[in-house]
Ligand binder design. Structure first.
Ligand code: NAG
Ligand code: NAG
Ligand code: NAG
Ligand code: NAG
Ligand code: NAG
Ligand code: NAG
Length: 846
């Protein structure tokens, strides 16, 4: 359908929405080559945006920016534990309103792919499973278990029914063209044995039983039962082959970057390498591909998985965490998408011929109705390839693909970036007459760590048991925090009395804070991925009752691996109190000859343990300024570097429309809320390891892995936290922090994120385009040279020859403008006297 008539059709639909959705069923099917829509094979370029990782107010702009970037399909998982946090208590409000999200996609005229799972991985807490599910007696997850299968089908049926009710499936005229059941089970199914195989068949039958009239996929599932389509996830999928000749080659997760963890550096994947992977996929017969992620966003609240997935889920995606264009990635891929879409017919209907030029260089010729289009791929990781094709000579840079829509003129090469590079900056909130950022006035109150009353009872305790219980079982994950409290008596004749004693606790993570007789004796957190550790401190016992209170804190539940749901969490034991006793072998008077050192150990595992879920402040909803709190916030001498402190301040929203972040430099670890909305966990004191970052710029050539192009080694693994604009009021706003480890809030400030400077370069004959973000304008030109400039953005230098006029031409065209475009030619920029091909390089300040 031509674009003008499709716009007409859409506006017709808007005026008669109901009529259209009822009467225009869209037929989605597939053959071995492609997904077909109303009988036509399609090239589909999809991008993942997870609705709970932004806010509903951000969705329209994110989806519009995806559309402008050449994306025609938005893919999301469904997050079960976001929708059913407590058994049979459903939540589809705010950024959990998945129907509204799908309708937002529909309003932009895009398709949707719904990955129902309900297991999702996704670095999401517990892979999307609610923890209460784990606690149902007799359940086994992701296998042929009737209890689990019953719960799964109740939830998936609910989701399918909701979509159906709103006419959101393509068969009903809606945007959802593909649905997914389960997720990457094939990667881990070995340990599940026969039960796993039967489960996958059951999943396929369940999906089919819904009769939703669109194709179902199972990613990374080589034994996907037909008609389920198995699909590929990975850094590269050009060599993937589906398991059936009638399944098209589909790539459901093309990782645009990688996620980040606490204590780890920032991973990056270059625009050149992502573009190369995509172009190769289409060169070798792919017809559907999805960017994982197109917008990564933020793990608000306690939604991050792990353990130890950070709150930012930026992913180095084409749209950054805050929704800004991540340039040049966004623009470089956009150009590729435009070309791929323009070749839709020849790529999906044309005949295909591959011509090899050595082992690393392949020319692929697609021919339809006498016209041909070519892809030249070179997968050598170092050497450019020079080939002679149809009497012309072409150079294909190492690790790149060139696209020649007429097999003669190269219009795109994945290694040649013609889009501006934007250097993002954080701006202080100084355009504001409020006394920010240094004028934040703090109030505070202590989280009282003591729950043990004089009579030995524990206030607000939920349950007691004569053993150590798994943290998930007790909390159902309604809080990160669980108190394990016990007491024991020491009499005068107890060998532990009066001796130096040691408390030793084996825990399965992730953090422990220990108190003996109401005094803090120490804290420890799992490091370097070792989530089981032993905590050991010297303690002093007193005569009579001794109280031991251990606070265990979790930092995101695991989300990946066979049986990941079964791993222990919390104080798993043993818990020992040990004294070193020196006697002679008969226990009598110590003789100088025969000294025996022995450890007298009291094991507390089978003591009576009392459990208390969460903090006092959580129960009192201290995070929510709209709730009136028992007791007062203090304005007196602000405690710093003290554990268990709640901090509160007010601030004015930064002016303008650029995204807002809060800089939490100086704080330890905890959670942050603005106007009662959780920003997620914070942990700026956790520094990324010193090593692993490359000092030079990242070489896009050669296979990518998440360790390849890291930055920010040795620095805070996450210092800035996103404050979505729609969390903010025009007048006063409240920031509340719960500080668990101890920190200093004096450096906290609100900032905005925008393009600070932008660089671009283009060869003669092209157009160079530059723009700032939002309403801001180009204030100056830091560098401009037309000739043979060298270097990269931020360190451009003029070459041997250059035009004397370039700078003034650029200044005239760009300064004071939000964006400008420059025709790169001698007639516009002046003559250079250079012999070789001339290039224009520019850096501007926004
Ligand atoms: C946790 O959830 C289960 C249901 O799976 C329920 O039986 C149990 O009472 C819950 N526990 C708590 C502490 O709420
Ligand atoms: C092909 O490329 C690989 C790396 O991608 C390289 O190791 C190999 O030497 C190349 N082979 C030839 C013949 O150029
Ligand atoms: C290449 O050149 C030869 C000799 O000049 C000519 O016969 C042939 O048609 C040319 N091929 C193409 C594809 O232009
Ligand atoms: C407890 O931790 C210690 C030291 O890390 C270890 O040697 C011991 O095996 C652990 N005990 C159990 C039961 O896990
Ligand atoms: C006593 O315990 C300590 C650790 O607290 C250990 O290093 C020592 O080897 C133990 N001694 C004996 C005799 O078991
Ligand atoms: C196996 C795995 O990691 N699964 C995933 C594929 O890639 C992204 C990684 O970011 C996950 O979130 C997927 O669910």
């Amino acid at each position: 359908m031509a674009s003008s008539s499709s716009t007409g059709f859409l506006s017709f639909c808007f005026s008669f929405l109901l009529l259209c959705s009822l009467s225009f069923s869209i037929d989605v099917s597939h053959d071995g080559r492609a997904i077909t829509i109303n009988g036509e094979r399609k090239i589909l370029i999809s991008g993942s945006i997870h609705y709970p990782r932004s806010t509903s107010e951000m969705w329209p702009s994110l989806i519009r920016k995806a559309k402008e970037g050449g994306i025609d399909t938005i893919e999301t998982y469904i997050f079960w534990n976001a929708h059913e946090p407590l058994y049979r208590q459903y939540d589809f409000s705010g950024n959990r309103d998945v129907v509204r999200f799908i309708k937002t996609i529909q309003n932009e005229g895009l398709n949707a792919v719904l990955r129902i799972g309900p297991y999702v991985c996704a670095e999401w807490n517990y892979g999307g499973f609610p923890v209460w599910l784990h606690n149902i007696p007799g359940i086994e997850l992701r296998t042929n278990n009737p209890v689990y299968m019953n719960e799964m089908s109740i939830f998936t049926t609910k989701i399918v029914d909701m979509m159906m009710h709103e006419n959101l499936f393509a068969s009903q005229g809606g945007p959802i063209i593909i649905a997914q059941i389960e997720n990457e089970f094939g990667n881990v199914m070995g340990p599940y044995g026969e039960g796993g195989k039967e489960y996958i068949k059951w999943c396929a039958d369940l999906a089919e039983s819904y009769g939703i009239g669109i194709p179902w996929i199972m990613c990374q599932q080589a034994d996907a039962p037909p008609p389920m389509i198995n699909t590929c996830n990975g850094w590269y999928c050009d060599e993937f082959k589906p398991n059936s000749p009638t399944s098209p080659k589909m790539w459901t997760e093309n990782w645009t970057g990688w996620f980040k963890g606490w204590g780890l550096a920032d991973p990056h994947r270059t625009a050149e390498d992502v573009a190369c992977a995509v172009a190769r996929f289409f060169q070798f017969g792919g017809t559907f591909q999805n960017y994982y992620m197109y917008h990564g966003g933020t793990n608000f609240g306690r939604t991050s998985g792990g353990p130890y997935i950070s709150t930012s889920y930026d992913y180095d995606a084409p749209l950054d965490e805050y929704g800004n264009l991540n340039q040049p990635k966004w623009g470089h891929l956009k150009q590729l998408h435009v070309i791929l879409k323009s070749l839709e017919k020849v790529l999906t209907y044309g005949s295909v011929k591959n011509v090899e030029y050595g082992i690393n260089t392949t020319v692929t010729i697609f021919t339809l109705e006498g016209k041909s289009s070519c892809f030249f791929g070179n997968k050598d990781d170092k050497e450019d390839a020079t080939i002679n094709f149809q009497n012309n000579t072409y150079t294909i840079p190492a690790w790149s693909v060139s696209i020649l829509p007429d097999c003669h003129t190269e219009v795109y090469n994945t290694a040649k970036v013609n889009t501006q590079t934007s250097i993002m900056v954080k701006k202080d909130n100084d355009g504001n007459d409020y006394e920010e950022p240094y004028g934040l006035k703090w109030e505070w109150r202590k989280e009282n760590p003591s729950h043990v009353k004089r009579n030995g009872l524990v206030e607000g305790s939920l349950m007691a048991a004569e053993r150590l219980l798994d943290q998930k079982v007790v909390t159902n994950d309604t809080s990160d925090y669980l108190w394990y409290i016990t007491s024991f008596h020491v009499k005068k004749d107890n060998p532990l009395y009066g001796r130096e004693t040691v408390l030793r606790v084996n825990t399965s993570g992730h953090i422990i804070h220990a108190f003996v007789n109401k005094r803090h004796v120490g804290s420890q957190f799992a490091e370097n991925g070792k989530y089981k550790f032993t905590f050991e401190r010297k303690i002093k016992l007193k005569l009579g009752r001794n109280d031991i209170a251990l606070l265990s804190a979790s930092v995101g539940l695991p989300n990946y691996g066979a049986n990941f749901d079964l791993g222990p969490l919390g104080i798993s034991g043993p818990v020992h109190v040990t004294a070193k006793v020196i006697t002679n072998d008969l226990g009598r008077k110590i003789s100088s000859q025969k000294i025996i050192t022995q450890n007298i150990t009291t094991e507390l595992d089978y003591n009576k343990w009392t459990y208390k879920v969460g903090l006092h402040g959580e129960q009192q909803k201290l995070h929510d300024p709209s709730v009136s709190h028992y007791g007062k916030w203090s304005q007196r001498a602000l405690p710093t570097n003290e554990m268990f402190v709640w901090y509160k301040t007010t601030f004015a929203a930064p002016l303008g429309s650029d995204p807002v972040v809060v800089d939490l430099r100086g704080l330890g670890k905890g959670q942050a809320w603005v106007n009662g909305h959780s920003l997620g966990r914070y942990w700026p004191s956790y520094l990324a390891k010193e090593d692993g970052c490359s000092l030079t710029s990242c070489d896009y050539r050669g296979p990518y892995s998440d360790k390849k192009c890291m930055t920010s080694c040795g620095r805070s693994s996450q210092r800035w936290y996103h404050v979505p604009r729609d969390f903010l009021n025009d007048d006063e706003n409240t920031l509340i922090l719960f500080e668990e480890f101890g920190g200093n809030p004096w450096n906290v400030k609100f900032q905005t994120v925008t393009v600070g400077s932008a660089c671009a370069n283009a060869y003669e004959g092209n157009t160079l385009e530059l723009s700032c973000q939002g309403e801001s304008v180009i204030s100056s030109v830091r560098f401009a040279s037309f000739g043979e400039p060298t270097g990269a953005c931020g360190s451009f230098e003029a070459g041997q020859c250059e035009s004397p006029n370039a700078l003034s031409v650029i200044e005239k065209a760009c300064v004071g403008q939000n964006s400008c475009s420059i025709d790169v030619s001698e007639s516009n920029l002046g003559s250079t006297g250079c012999q070789a091909t001339k290039r224009l390089a520019v850096e501007v300040v926004c």
